[in-house]
Design a protein around this ligand. Structure first.
Ligand code: R5P
Length: 319
């Protein structure tokens, strides 16, 4: 039965087996043990084979919102963070113009786009109590009207390990964004490159476990090798448990550092395979310190409090 079913016929309780890890015989990464050598090797650059986790640094925000706070000069703000990342999530424009080709870090390359923060809304005119007003047509979400934004040859030239594609489940352009993802999976799998489906949450979608279970599972079923979604306070372990491939969490809007570290620690404890975090790192008061603290939580098993102490210590030392 669909997860959203409320019918009387759907009475059987769901069983997520949240305490039973999914086996990956012969390979360290969830759901990846039957891939070919090249794809396994690329995923081993994204995820550390010692613990199966990753710290991805996301700074691709400019692909639809231009010079985001903290990313006005990527050469000044992001390059100092690069040594502490396992993987850089970025656009091809920034990769070519700013990132040294000598980097040893894995590349998660933004592969969808074509819309912006100021994409025109389709307006309609209404009237309440004799007062006329204009607003966007309900259900019309111009940001979700994306296309694929690079060819597979370009991904090979840029030595991408995974391609990141936004998927808007439940939005006006749901079908198109899922087609973008499956087209990229077909192209990328020919060359052993992975695809990371990114759950994009539109205004109409609830950020709860039920929605993320639906969206992440659909992406995995349609071929995504990695899925990125937000953390939920309730039921996050059910999302990771019923998604057969690794889940990494986005950070979302800037939080106080301790809260962001708590979110990372909880996500890891509840089955996330790492983070793909941007604003909570590069918008921090001390981005290099925060980056190292996130790394401590993800890879070294630090608690959020220990990570925060590390952040404060490094911040005080200006490291
Ligand atoms: C947003 O659309 C981008 O794909 C970001 O990579 C993603 O949202 C993660 O960044 P943040 O941690 O700032 O949410």
């Amino acid at each position: 039965m669909a997860d959203i079913s409320t019918s009387a016929a759907d009475k059987k309780d769901k069983e997520y087996f949240t305490n039973v890890p999914q086996e990956a015989p012969g390979f360290f990464l969830k759901g990846s043990h039957q891939y070919d050598w090249g794809l396994k090797n690329r995923l081993s650059k994204v995820f550390n084979p010692k613990d199966g986790r990753t710290v991805m640094l996301a700074f691709d925000h400019g692909y639809f919102q231009g010079p985001t706070t903290g990313l006005e000069r990527v050469d000044q703000t992001i390059l100092p963070l690069e040594p502490y990342a396992d993987c850089l999530m970025l656009t091809r424009g920034i990769q070519r113009s700013v990132i040294p080709a000598s980097t040893q870090k894995a590349i998660a390359l933004r592969a969808s786009g074509g819309t912006s923060m100021v994409s025109p809304m389709e307006e309609w005119e209404g009237e309440i109590d004799g007062k006329k007003f204009k607003m966007g047509r309900p259900g019309f979400e111009p940001l979700s009207n994306e296309s694929t934004a690079l060819t597979i040859e370009e991904a090979i030239r840029l030595n991408a390990c995974v391609l990141a594609v936004q998927v808007f489940v439940g939005s006006a352009y749901e079908r198109q964004s899922l087609k973008n993802m499956t087209d990229l999976v077909d192209a990328a799998s020919r060359y052993g490159i992975g695809v990371m489906g990114v759950v994009a949450v539109g205004r109409a979608m609830a950020r709860n476990a039920q929605y993320f279970r639906l969206a992440t599972r659909i992406m995995a079923e349609l071929g995504a090798n990695v899925v990125k979604c937000y953390y939920t306070e309730d039921g996050f372990d059910t999302i990771t448990s019923c998604c057969p491939v690794p889940i990494v969490i986005a950070g979302g809007k800037k939080l106080p550092e301790l809260d962001a570290l708590k979110m990372c620690a909880s996500a890891i404890k509840e089955g996330a395979s790492g983070v793909d975090m941007g604003r909570n790192i590069f918008q921090s008061d001390a981005p290099v310190a925060m980056m190292q603290a996130v790394r401590g939580v993800v890879h070294e098993g630090l608690t959020a409090d220990q990570g925060y102490a590390m952040y404060q210590d490094l911040k005080a030392k200006k490291k």
